[in-house]
Design a protein around this ligand. Structure first.
Ligand code: PEP
Length: 247
């Protein structure tokens, strides 16, 4: 049985004072042996967040594909692990778009995360135009194949399906669309990785809120969510965690 994962991505939001949300979150949720709860704060907060996590896992929002060296302003996977984090998101659409990252960059980042002992959350997703022109599965198949390194296992890798048009927009795919994509991704993962592909966690991301979480979590191949806006406040994120635990 795959462990469930509720992952929050704070993006470029939050100062030291926001870490009180971590305490509020651990107070608001009950520990559940089969559910991981993860918060990915901005990099300057990683150390302090890890120190006070109290059962909540901490992750970074990106890492460099090189292990060290002359890369001003970048973070290596081992720095992230050294700060106490255990996950790194790679290939978020905001980085694919804003930093021109392609599948091969993301594959290198995931490999670097693995080599530092981090679990990589590899994000893939189609644009609205790709969706409306019927290219969704082709695009996702290409992104999955290109972004996922050969050393991916069920332990060191999580895949997040995040339709770009659903991120921060309040628009959510229909349940049929989510099921179609997640079943397709599962098939591809099993074909490439065998048992690891069956056991690799698949998250849905894009405008997940307390009001739609339970329905999204009903799908067999949805093992949790990657949540942006609704992860910033414990009062918004805790009900999503609770819905996942109940699914
Ligand atoms: C995200 O950015 O990964 C995300 C899913 O954002 P939101 O939940 O705000 O749509």
């Amino acid at each position: 049985m795959r462990r469930k994962l509720a992952a929050g991505n704070w993006k470029m939001n939050g100062l030291a004072a926001s870490l009180s949300e971590l305490t509020a979150l651990s107070d608001a949720i009950s520990p559940d042996a089969n559910t991981d709860v993860l918060i990915c704060p901005p990099a300057p907060l990683l150390f302090r967040a890890s120190d006070m996590a109290n059962g909540i896992q901490i992750g970074a929002q990106d890492c460099h594909s090189n292990l060290e060296g002359a890369h001003t302003g970048d973070l290596s996977a081992s720095m992230i692990a050294d700060a106490g984090a255990s996950f790194a998101i790679v290939g978020h659409s905001e980085r694919r778009e804003g930093h021109h990252e392609d599948d091969s960059d993301i594959r290198g980042k995931a490999r670097a995360a693995h080599s530092a002992g981090l679990t990589a959350i590899i994000c893939i997703g189609e644009s609205e135009e790709e969706r409306t022109t019927g290219k969704t599965l082709d695009v996702l198949g290409t992104q999955l194949a290109g972004s996922c390194p050969d050393d991916a296992t069920a332990t060191n890798t999580v895949i997040a399906y995040e339709p770009i048009w659903a991120i921060g927009t309040g628009k959510v795919p229909t349940q049929e669309q989510i099921v179609e994509v997640h079943d397709f991704l599962r098939e591809k993962l099993v074909a490439r990785f065998g048992d690891d592909g069956s056991n690799m966690r698949l998250l849905y991301g894009g405008s997940v809120k307390a009001s739609n979480a339970a329905t999204i979590f009903e799908a067999d191949n949805v093992d949790g969510a990657l949540v942006g806006g609704a992860s910033l406040k414990a009062s918004d994120f805790a009900p999503i965690v609770t819905a996942l635990q109940a699914s």
